[in-house]
Design a protein around this ligand. Structure first.
Ligand SMILES: CC/C=C\C/C=C\C/C=C\C/C=C/C(=O)SCCNC(=O)CCNC(=O)[C@H](O)C(C)(C)COP(=O)(O)OP(=O)(O)OC[C@H]1O[C@@H](n2cnc3c(N)ncnc32)[C@H](O)[C@@H]1OP(=O)(O)O
Ligand code: FAD
Length: 593
């Protein structure tokens, strides 16, 4: 196949924009979906002619587009999306329709008030047959008046848990006609006479979701590094209680419990950043391959992006909450920035694929590998999964004197992932032999399938962290990062200890050894903690936090922040005399009687 024309290279722009979207730590903005989902869809699903028309305008922000897939009744199960796009060969148009209330598009970011275009996922009907969900590029609002076009009802879905500067919206079509060529035609096509031409892989239309899942990994790294910066800086300011009686109050960062609460979040932030770089490179490479007709990496990319997205978002949500709690009462104030960062970050556990569903997608991939292993097949030189084919050491070796490049720790993670993958595969087979159909057996194994995925993703995160730190040449930086790596690895050992102890692979003594290595790492990190977070060079503006100020002037600025509250514009608020003052006066009068 001749080399596909190079699309206007906004990928880097989009990739950087996505990361910048996070690095700005903003609570969402009107171009979020345009840059991070609409443009990737045009890049990867529009044919050459469509790209020539749409991409320059999109890159130039001549319109704002969103990604309208989820409906009120369906977000996960794309097969059951109800919006229809029915081809009319007489006019060579598609008729878009929302047949039911549950088919109302619901959630798309920037749909409510900002966007005038949308990538719309709809069930494609032509010549009386449904060919499944396909993307269409549809104008929603007049480019001059910004009023909704005929047959289109659109609006904002109302206040949410967070991200309230994003106008997530609803959208209904009442038999809206759109030209045949509004269908993205790089992969699947509908010819003028209505004949359907299928794609080489029926999931290539899902590429925008894959891009965001890959982007989310770095996004979660960003959120963890921002919030651990706030928690470390505040903990280096806050003095509370004594360690040595009479020696004066200590910085709360000197408490081992405080270090154990915050430093693992720092370490995980770095781990996720490194794996985030890996998965984004894999995404970009796979999209290039597809442009050249090679779709072989699509399953690996899907499996890894789903697993990483689910694991990193879950750990980021838990880690942000730990950082908040570590800051006591002031951590609960909006002044801390935690409510904003948390409410933005935690949405990623749901959007772009609910986490349980994503874990199970990766599990599908693992079960194929388990089947190949049980059939005696050899590995296919795929560094992400080949370890599953190998036989590791029969017993845990993490407490051996020398563990070069943490080989023994990595083999422990590999052992757990291998064991859980093969055990759940064997259970799947056994249940089917006992008469359950595949789908029932799958559902009866779903929790164990998710555990196998988490173990596999942990192995990938740990191996990537070890490999990337090993490449660092600056010895002083390497030494500091190795402390964080040590903390990360042994903290993860304790996090999955039940799995390692369950089959006797690891002993209780080795678990104690892992804890010792954690406490050792905490001690080594403590003197460098503030320098480490300062090295991220986050601006105060993006931290959104009085507690995390670089200058450390927390208390003066906390009072200033409080005094700037509208409630403090006057000493006595009008409501007082109208309600509370009146109530107290009446109570006093009654007590005189
Ligand atoms: C941090 C964010 C940064 C920037 C963003 C800006 C703003 C942030 C705010 C919000 C953005 C959010 C946007 C959204 O949420 S968009 C909507 C997201 N929705 C979803 O993710 C839906 C989840 N559901 C699915 O993806 C699919 O339904 C699911 C994968 C669950 C099942 O696929 P399908 O319905 O087709 O089922 P099957 O026919 O059984 O196919 C399974 C089969 O296909 C393979 N597969 C599935 N998906 C992919 C893919 N994307 N790529 C490659 N392969 C895929 C899968 O492996 C199975 O293969 P096999 O096992 O061989 O059968
Ligand atoms: C902040 C935010 C922004 C969003 N932005 C967009 C956007 O821009 N564009 C867009 O199209 N959508 C967007 N969405 C929608 C989002 O993609 C969906 O909410 C998400 O895909 C989950 O689908 P759902 O809401 O239908 O949940 P459901 O699928 O109904 O999930 C409910 C529960 O059912 C479980 N479940 C569902 N299916 C299975 C299964 N097969 N196996 C096991 N468990 C299952 C889930 O794990 C979950 O626990 C956004 C959502 C949020 C929160």
């Amino acid at each position: 196949m001749e080399h596909a024309p190079k699309a206007i290279d906004v990928t880097n722009d989009v990739e950087m924009r996505t990361f910048n979207f996070f690095t700005m730590g903003i609570d969402g903005h009107p171009l979020g979906l345009h840059l991070d989902m609409a443009i990737p869809t045009i890049l990867n699903n529009a044919d050459e002619e469509q790209q020539k028309d749409w991409l320059p305008k999109a890159a130039n922000r001549e319109f704002i587009a969103t990604y309208a897939q989820t409906e009120m009744g369906h977000g996960t199960n794309l097969k059951k999306l109800e919006t229809t796009a029915t081809y009319d060969p007489k006019t060579q148009e598609f008729v878009l329709n929302s047949p039911t209330i549950t088919s109302t598009k619901w959630w798309p970011g920037n749909l409510g008030k900002s966007s005038n275009y949308a990538v719309v996922m709809a069930q494609l009907y032509t010549q009386g047959k449904c060919h499944g969900a396909h993307p269409f590029f549809v104008q929603l609002r007049d480019l001059n008046t910004h009023k909704p076009l005929k047959g289109i009802t659109v609006g904002d879905i109302g206040p949410k848990f967070g991200m309230n500067t994003v106008d997530n919206g609803f959208l209904q079509f009442d038999h809206v006609r759109t030209p045949r060529r509004s269908m993205f035609m790089k992969h699947a096509k509908v010819l003028p006479d209505g004949r359907y031409v299928p794609p080489v892989h029926d999931k290539l239309n899902y590429s925008a979701m894959v891009f965001i899942r890959a982007a989310i990994v770095s996004g979660m790294a960003y959120h963890l590094l921002v919030t651990s910066t706030i928690a470390v800086r505040y903990s280096a300011i806050r003095r509370q209680g004594e360690i040595t009686p009479g020696a004066g109050e200590v910085k709360v960062l000197d408490y081992q419990t405080q270090q154990h609460r915050i430093f693992p979040q720092l370490a995980r932030g770095l781990a996720f950043r490194l794996s985030g770089q890996y998965i984004m490179k894999l995404y970009t490479q796979t999209m290039d391959d597809i442009r050249n007709g090679d779709i072989s990496a699509v399953p690996d990319l899907h499996a890894l992006s789903c697993g990483l997205k689910a694991v990193t978002t879950h750990h980021a949500a838990l880690g942000l909450e730990q950082c908040r709690m570590a800051c006591g009462g002031h951590g609960y104030s909006q002044a801390s920035g935690f409510p904003l960062h948390y409410s933005v970050a935690v949405g990623a556990c749901t959007y772009e694929g609910e986490n349980m569903v994503m874990l199970l997608q990766t599990a599908r991939h693992l079960m194929k590998i388990a089947k190949a292993i049980r059939a005696g097949q050899s590995p296919k030189s795929n560094k992400i999964v080949d370890y599953l084919f190998h036989k590791g050491p029969p017993k845990c070796l993490i407490d051996q004197a020398y563990d070069t490049n943490y080989r023994n720790v990595l083999e422990s993670f590999e052992h757990l992932a291998r064991r859980q993958t093969l055990e759940v595969y064997d259970k799947l087979v056994q249940l089917q032999q006992q008469g359950r159909n595949y789908e029932q057996a799958w559902n009866d194994c779903a929790v164990e399938l998710c555990k196998a995925t988490r173990a596999h993703v942990r192995t990938f995160l740990a191996r990537t962290f070890v490999e990337e730190i090993d490449k660092i040449s600056d010895l002083s930086i390497k030494s500091v990062l190795q402390d964080l790596l040590q903390l990360y690895l042994y903290y993860e050992v304790t996090e999955c200890a039940t799995g390692l102890l369950e089959d006797g692979f690891m002993t209780g003594q080795q678990h104690k050894y892992a804890k010792k290595k954690i406490y050792e790492a905490l001690e080594k990190i403590r003197p460098n903690a503030v320098s480490i977070v300062d090295s991220f060079d986050f601006q105060d503006r993006e931290l959104h936090s009085v507690l995390g100020r670089r200058d450390g002037n927390v208390y003066e600025n906390l009072l200033k922040w409080a005094q700037s509250s509208p409630l403090n514009k006057t000493d006595v608020l009008p409501f007082h005399h109208k309600y509370l003052g009146k109530m107290m006066e009446e109570a006093r009068q009654r007590s005189k009687i």
